[in-house]
Ligand binder design. Sequence first.
Ligand SMILES: [Fe+2]
Length: 227
Amino acid sequence: MPLDMLERKKVPVAEVASASRLERKAYFPTLIYQFDVEDSHHLNKSLIDLTYAERESGVAVNKSNTAELGSWHSATNLHKKAAYEPLLKEVNTALSGISEELGYAKDHILKVTSMWSIINPPGNGNRAHVHPNSLWSGVYYMQAPENAGQIEFIDPRTIMIMHQPKFETKKKRPRDTWTKVNYKPVPGRMVIFPAWLYHSVDTNMSKEKGRAGDRMIISFNINQVKR
Ligand SMILES: [Fe+2]
């Protein structure tokens, strides 16, 4: 701010001096990407049908989901099935954007190495977990009724959670001071996050009846491979 403007606004000199000397840089940030598929209605309809067909095939895996309460987790090889190529194409578009933005080596690509679907009927959630042996992980929402349960990401810097400063209660905490963050599931939206970042999914509290109440996602792991 030019000095003549400061004088006109009568800002105390000491205050201005301290503000202008204080400089902040954010290092080692935790990056979470979001990517919206355009006109996702048809894609979602096809994925929902495929997912119920997968469930009817009888193959199930028990991971972070609550299978004992009705949650279902598919096998982890969906990326190898032709029917999932339209989704894979969208994921790859997002991944090439991430590679570009982060300056990853051009002779390597981010590639989906496993992919699975989860159906969480009302009453189900996912316990906190990470995705080992991967660089990035992602989730795509094909169906998410109101109150289907948000995904929560937890600050990986344990020290920040162990000893927290007091904040102004009447002000929204600046984003850079958060120790957790929640994303509401939106059909057609993809969220991509570091595979090491702890996350959990709230209980699906939807009041919808039957299949309309199901929270349905496709999740995937990503690694960097040589072209
Ligand atoms: Fe997960």
